[in-house]
Design a protein around this ligand. Structure first.
Ligand code: F6R
Ligand code: ZN
Length: 190
């Protein structure tokens, strides 16, 4: 530990109904225009781009990017669909692959879709009070299949970082779409 680095305790109030923090260091909205190419139905995406809806929001505390520290944030995915495909996060690997993450779902319903670089896929249901452990090496994406906000409290190692490019290039192998009023997990075509 150097003289210039000595961690200080932090406490923050969380609104569990909206996912908002009372004093986030960073808060951002991810709009459709920033991720529309990820959806299967490009015609539906283009139509929706006229209003460019917010797909998800993140409220973060910025903490030291060091292995012994933790980052944490609230991830809030809005309800909605692009065509038949539910709103979802972009999804990413951690830049430092050998770092895991915990998602504690506090509201809403949906899925955590996960995939390794070797092509293994897993998907876990997210509901209030469900904790999903995303192991090291797994890309992860939240998908909101309900009619209200899907809110999770996320914690991961301080130095994890984010690699969006790899998953943007490769694409997740599965999609979650509505068929006959229900969420169905399908293979990605193409
Ligand atoms: C952090 C993490 C989450 C996501 C959030 C938004 O490592 O997994 O906090 O950052 O759910 O999703 P992305 O980052 O994929 O846009
Ligand atoms: Zn992550």
């Amino acid at each position: 530990m150097t003289d210039s680095y000595f961690p200080k305790p932090v406490d923050v109030k969380i609104n569990m109904t909206t996912g908002e923090l009372d004093s986030p260091d960073n808060a951002y909205d991810r709009k459709l225009s920033q991720m529309y190419t990820m959806y299967e139905d490009q015609e539906a995406a283009r139509e929706l781009l006229k209003t460019d809806p917010v797909i998800y929001k993140v409220y973060e505390k910025k903490l030291p990017e060091l292995p012994g520290e933790l980052q944490w944030c609230m991830s809030v995915t809005l309800p909605g669909k692009v065509g038949r495909e539910y709103y979802m996060t972009k999804g990413h690997y951690h830049a430092v692959r050998e770092t895991a993450e915990i998602y504690l779902c506090v509201a809403g319903e949906g899925y955590m879709l996960m995939e390794t670089e070797q092509g293994e896929v897993d998907i876990k249901k997210m509901r209030p009070n469900t904790c999903v452990y995303v192991p090291a090496y797994w890309a992860h994406r939240s998908i909101n299949t309900g009619g209200s906000l899907l809110i999770s409290f996320c914690v991961y190692p301080g130095h994890a970082g984010h690699d969006y490019g790899s998953m943007e290039t490769r694409g997740f192998q599965k999609r979650v779409v509505e068929i006959d009023g229900k969420p169905v997990i399908i293979d990605r075509e193409g």
